[in-house]
Design a binder for this molecule. Structure first.
Ligand code: G6P
Length: 364
């Protein structure tokens, strides 16, 4: 399919720019202020049944897997259900123990990724409950799932996923809030999260308005042969997705590490030629993240921080607006989509169709 580029040079740029509207769409009609929760029409989840869920296992590939990592943390934080995410391909080849008390969630933009579909089919065959968090309405994974949440990001053409990633993380926030309010999340916390969700579109617009500065930063880092991305807990999946984005579109090698693991190996790589991108939310781990940046500075590493306030240890800081702690990961990756985009542009890459990659991998 081909869609109007609406004045943008690439679909990637168009899709990054559409995110405030896209997030508005995933929220629309779903917030229930009366009970401080959300309605998810495709879920038909009986509250009594929801209370029997003892674990959540999220499955996806690539960027959708990373959205699942963020989703798992939101479900643990808001619904207090143990949750984790795993690449669908790994899951289906390791003869997993399928547990009736686990809720399985398949995540896919296209709804057609073969490894995810095969995992869903194997789960269904074994009698598991499977939900889908899918963008394309009526796609194979949406049809095979018992229920689901549509992501409503609109068509995404660029091979590299941006707006769909953001919307998927918002869809997970909705699901986490919904499960939380059926369980032990208080009315006050439900209200707090709803207020945070409502702020997202305007905050995204604020981030996108910094594009000119982000481009300048990208031009300075585009000569790097490799880059390190670090974060902890809420920031770590953000670091992983940002590292994937940079690799896919610019072909610069990048790796993501929990900041706490730096000292167990990757610190050996730090030198001026290997810059670090640090995800530094203003949460209870702020001091720990500052200490990690100090370690890097002591080895003459350059640092770009994505943070809620200017970081003096960093050479550059991209300041993003603060939301509720649990929702911060939704926003912190957005400037790094622009960083990847402008780095790829500076290097003359084929942005919408990176070499060796396909938008959806429908074969094994
Ligand atoms: C391909 C794309 C990735 C995408 C992954 C999963 O590898 O290049 O950008 O994240 O598939 O796609 P899905 O449609 O299942 O989200």
């Amino acid at each position: 399919a081909s869609y109007d580029m609406g004045g943008h040079d690439t679909y990637m740029h168009k899709e990054i720019s559409e995110q405030a509207d896209a997030v508005d769409r995933v929220l629309r009609g779903r917030i229930d202020d009366r009970f401080s929760t959300v309605h998810l029409g495709g879920l038909n989840l009986d509250a009594r049944e929801a209370r029997t869920v003892r674990r959540v296992k999220i499955l996806g590939c690539g960027t959708s897997y990373h959205a699942g990592l963020i989703g798992a943390q939101m479900i643990e934080e808001l619904a207090r259900i143990p949750a984790d995410a795993e690449p669908a391909s790994e899951f289906r080849y390791r003869n997993p123990v399928v547990d009736p008390d686990t809720l399985y969630i398949a995540v896919s933009q296209s709804g057609e990724t073969y490894d995810v579909l095969a995992a869903v089919q194997e789960l269904k065959r074994k009698g598991a409950r499977v939900f889908g968090v899918v963008n394309v309405v009526g796609s194979a994974i949406a049809r095979e799932s018992d229920a689901g949440v549509y992501v409503h990001a609109g068509p995404e053409v660029c091979v590299v996923s941006t707006k769909c990633f953001t919307n998927t993380t918002v869809a997970f926030a909705l699901l986490a809030l919904h499960l939380g309010r059926i369980r032990d999340l208080s009315v006050a916390d439900g209200k707090r999260i709803i207020e945070g969700l409502r702020k997202l579109p305007a905050q995204i617009t604020e981030i996108l308005a910094q594009e000119a500065e982000i481009k300048k930063i990208a031009d300075q880092y585009a000569d790097a042969r490799s880059m390190m991305f670090i974060g902890r807990v809420r920031g770590y999946p953000v670091a992983r997705e940002a590292s994937l984005k940079l690799k896919e579109v610019s072909y610069i090698h990048a790796e993501a590490y929990p900041a706490s693991e730096l000292k167990h190996g990757p610190l050996a790589l730090i030198e001026p030629a290997l810059p670090t991108v640090a995800i530094v939310p203003d949460d209870d781990l702020l001091e720990k993240n500052r200490a990690a940046m100090e370690e890097i500075k002591a080895r003459s590493g350059r640092i770009l921080a994505v943070a809620h306030q200017e970081q003096e240890k960093a050479d550059h800081t991209i300041v993003v607006p603060k939301n509720e702690d649990e929702l911060d990961p939704i926003l912190m990756g957005i400037p790094l989509q622009l960083l990847a985009y402008h780095t790829a542009l500076a290097l003359g890459r084929d942005i919408d169709k990176p070499r060796n990659l396909a938008k959806s991998v429908t074969v094994e």
